[in-house]
Design a protein around this ligand. Sequence first.
Ligand SMILES: Cc1ncc(COP(=O)(O)O)c(C=O)c1O
Length: 419
Amino acid sequence: MTTPWNHRYAQRMHWMGSSAIRELLKLAEQPDIISFAGGLPAPELFPVAEFAAANERVLARTGQRALQYSTTEGYLPLREFLVNKMAQYGILVGPENVLITSGSQQALDMIGKILINPGDLILTEAPTYLGALQAWNAYQAEYDTVPIDDEGICTDLLEEALAGGPKFMYILPNFQNPGGVTLSLKRRQALVRIADRYGVPIIEDDPYGELRFEGDHLPPLVVQDARRLNGANGSGFYRGNVIYLSTFSKTLAPGLRLGWMVAPVEVIQHCVIAKQGMDLHTSTLNQMVAYEVISQDGFLKNHVREIRQVYRDRRDVMLAAMAQYFPAEVQWTRPQGGLFLWVTLPEPLDSERLLPQAIANKVAYVPGHVFYPDGRGRSSMRLNFSNAQPAQIEIGIRRLGQVFTEALQKQKRVDYALA
Ligand SMILES: Cc1ncc(COP(=O)(O)O)c(C=O)c1O
């Protein structure tokens, strides 16, 4: 259809495209559908009362400041809080290394804005976070990928990919979205070493690191990199090769739109210029209220402990239900934290083609191919386990099991007919 707008859209819109899957998944928002498709945290865990009280205190005490424009870098007490938080992870930085962003998603867009020229090659894991691809498609990025397995990105395949000269690589080390897998310590060390050898920066996207249910915390890549630069204790302010991103979306609430970037000062300065053109700064009120909430002694630690407990239970329910209801040919990952796991059907079953059947059976997921820049992964899908109640998870997995069982039986009949 021709409209007065047709010829006015920028060329970059061709790269951003629309998604047929998104349209299909709108159906999954109907209340009778059990959706494993979204990436939503459990809303019943949002600290609503704490926010209401903190909001009142902030407005009563410093209302005029909270409602005023503020600096692009972010509210200084919040940045100092993050400096201390980063120090607990072994990342020694000053407030000048920290930029408050309107969610990590904005940080990804900002990185695209300051680093990507049309046609630049970006190296991602396969599969990878869809939101990063969406952000960087707008800057006309090209992609090369390296597969992941149960230990994260396959570092033995990295050198060949780096020889292609990517601008940077994008890594999700903890409970990867969508794969649910975690980068092992050995591979973290190898990754940082190889990145340094090839002079390729790393974007480390870590929204889920604190949501570990089991196993030991593993040092972020930015820490490995600081150690590489400064010797074993990693001391000295950070000047290295990694841009680290994290967010309060999964530990407080995504509606706050509060994330942060830790990077060498010169990168922060470039991002500040980019952010000024985007939104001037992240909401002053949200930053001040969030700071008021998290600076209560012990609050964040206890709150995150509760989230971990609830998500671990939901993961366990999902894993047990999959073992019970999925056909033996289906495989899945077993995440040690986070919100997602990854299911792989035997080929040639196609998760996108099965989605309408799943939705007809009142259950939904995201088909795997959307997480691959080159559209592979057609036999896989991402399931979210944080949002639905345990009883719903069990019912939803049983329904999915039925869809898979029928699809497999049909496929076997086709194979038999062709034989
Ligand atoms: C890997 C990854 N990066 C970034 C984001 C965006 O998070 P935010 O809500 O902080 O924008 C998400 C959200 O799900 C994510 O999974």
